[in-house]
Ligand binder design. Structure first.
Ligand code: URA
Length: 229
């Protein structure tokens, strides 16, 4: 972890304040003042600020029910940031493990543990994501077969990985995918001449959304560890 991040994680300082403290020589690693905020440090190093030892806060893991017309970014852009609805300190240290489009709703996992989120977003891990999809046109069984076997998306050279699809009603399906390509669900249905008119994520791995729109909660120990299996 970078020294400025470590300092920030161990104090109430903002990232800018942590960087200034480092540049002013107030932060020592194993007894030596380090002036470069980008230096990589390890939790086993003895790190002090003004001679006081620093211990980083434990990592945080939470889920949120993303409302429509919010963006999975730490700052407001064309739409307000999802993080505006998160009443928690040091939000800028958090990131989203698998973003959703502005018009997509549902389960979002948020953390400051990059190793954990990589275990969810790394395509090689094949973590399952389940979406409730509402379509403009009815779904046919041959299309179901094409989508579940894998389909070529426009502008890509490899077909999508096999997916699971269960039909709820003519215009409504549950789709399970193990990748997270750009706009993947919308592009999969576009590739078979259909259009997604509503998209909602209900599950990631073993973690099921159980909140009302806009609500958030910390994950349980069991949920956090469920990606280790
Ligand atoms: N696929 C999409 O097309 N959009 C999302 O938000 C998530 C998956």
């Amino acid at each position: 972890m970078r020294l400025d991040r470590f300092t920030c994680r161990s104090t109430e300082l903002t990232k800018e304040e942590a960087q200034t403290s480092i540049q002013n020589g107030l932060v020592c690693v194993n007894g030596i003042a380090i002036l470069d905020p980008s230096v990589q440090v390890h939790e086993n190093n003895h790190i002090t600020l003004n001679d006081q030892p620093l211990t980083p806060r434990p990592p945080r893991y939470l889920m949120m029910h993303k409302p429509k017309d919010t963006i999975c970014s730490n700052i407001d852009e064309a739409y307000p940031s999802l993080f505006n609805g998160l009443n928690i300190e040091k939000k800028s240290e958090l990131h989203i493990a698998g973003r959703l489009d502005a018009d997509t709703t549902g389960l979002v996992l948020i953390t400051d543990d990059g190793h954990w989120s990589f275990g969810i977003t790394n395509p090689n891990k094949q973590c399952k994501k389940v979406y409730h999809v509402t379509l403009r046109n009815p779904i046919s069984s041959d299309v179901k077969e094409a989508l579940t076997e894998g389909i070529m998306l426009q502008g890509e050279s490899k077909p999508t990985r096999p997916a699971e699809l269960s039909i709820i009603q003519s215009h409504e399906v549950m789709l399970t995918i193990t990748e997270g390509r750009y706009h993947q669900v919308k592009r999969m249905f576009a590739a078979v001449g259909n259009k997604v008119i509503n998209l909602h994520r209900v599950k990631i791995g073993h973690i099921q959304l159980d909140l009302n729109v806009g609500e958030w909660r910390f994950l349980t120990e069991q949920e956090i560890r469920s990606f280790d299996q």
